[in-house]
Design a protein around this ligand. Sequence first.
Ligand code: NAD
Length: 498
Amino acid sequence: MTQYNHYIGGQSFEGESDRFGDVYDPARGVAKSQVRLATAGDVDAAVQVARTAFETWSETSVTARSRVMFAFRQLLVEHEDELAAIISSEHGKTLDDAKGEVVRGREVVEFACGIPQLLKGDYSDQVSGNIDSHTFRQPIGVVAGITPFNFPIMVPLWMHPVAIATGNTFILKPSERVPGASDLVARLYTEAGLPDGVFNVVHGDKVAVDAILEHPEIAGVSFVGSTPIARYVHENASRTGKRVQALGGAKNHAVVMPDADLDFAADHIVAAGYGSAGQRCMAISAVVAVGPVADALVDKIRERSLDLKVSVGTDPDAEMGPVVTAASRDRIVDYIGQGEADGATVVVDGRDLVVDEFEEGFFVGPSLLDGVTTDMSVYTDEIFGPVLTVLRVPTLDAALELINSNPYGNGTAVFTSSGEVARTFQRKVHVGMIGINVPVPVPMAFHSFGGWKDSLFGDHHIHGPEGVRFYTQAKVVTTRWPHVSEESLAQLNFPTAQ
Ligand code: NAD
């Protein structure tokens, strides 16, 4: 069995903990490796190393930092297959899907390669007589990232390339269910020439997270995960004086208007609902059928759902793999039962799916529930599995009211052929990321990613320009090189421009 240790100061670090977590192969339902679960002392060891590394890394030229990012990007290209294989084996998603997240994560590294341009400050000449002003930004110090299981490489990559390129040092606490990709990423950074201690990985659970939140020498925390933990991280990291961005869970709606192309909408809703077995924070889980489209739309989604091939992620024909754990599978199956008991119609039932040769795997088939209402738990709760629910409303206004009443506000989409509908939708909906005929509107790396309401706690979205702002603090310098004369002598009144 592989054993994952921490990675601190450019090398494997065992630390003082004797607690381990099991890492499963979800397609076979067996534990395949173990991961160390850090103590507070192990977290402190990483912080001390990162603090020392910060002293030199923050003084390293921005061009040298950018060059490390270029080298790291190249290594991510060369190791794409290996990374995808690790992700698929621990998470369960198909190899193509895993490669997709490697590519989308790598795009943040490409963004970070441009850090000299991104960190250029402002300069104002002659703001008062013989006085100039300029602004520039500096790194904040040792920062930590705490990440979820569902994107083992992409979500950490939303954070550390931007944090490191801006001159900070970084401690990653990845999900203990999928530690393998972070282990390889740490080695690739070292190979790319990143000085030891700039990027560190501490594996662990709540004990490690709490140690990060309490540590006085950590200046900032980026978190991505479920809403209750995001709220907890935001409250506790704020209490200990840290800068914090905490992205939470989601319930993403796709509105289908009567003027939409129904085949196009059904295709994309199936891909967005069942891709990665529904374990994406931007997955569509609620389909809002407006007016007369519902029956035809449900038929089309049903046909496509029944056609999907579910199997082990390494099967080249697989379109969907297992979910991450047995507990996850049981929870999803239970939700479908609750929906049925609450009066929804189970149009496609994935509860009893068994995949040949993988009978012990954590599989749930695509499931489709019609006639869902806003009081049912299949609607109120984030299921995080391959379950699409259909709600029927009469008008666009009713669809907007439904979405805006939901506590989550991560992503949403509208399928329509009307520019007027699209414009009204994007202006009126209380959601951070919106797709117009695009069901999974994940912004590119040079924009920033983030939801509204209970899908994000803190002020900054992640990566892109807001990521650069999150990991840096601004200075404004007012400069005078005086030619001393009678007029330039100091006065006690508040300075105004002369
Ligand atoms: P999770 O909240 O259970 O875990 C996230 C991280 O928090 C992990 O590193 C975990 O070790 C840690 N953690 C778990 N329980 C904790 C506790 N009690 N105290 C302190 N730390 C704890 O989330 P998950 O199940 O790994 O991931 C799925 C969730 O993440 C879903 O809700 C999904 O919507 C969300 N997610 C959101 C985004 C986004 O961008 N908003 C992106 C990906 C995933």
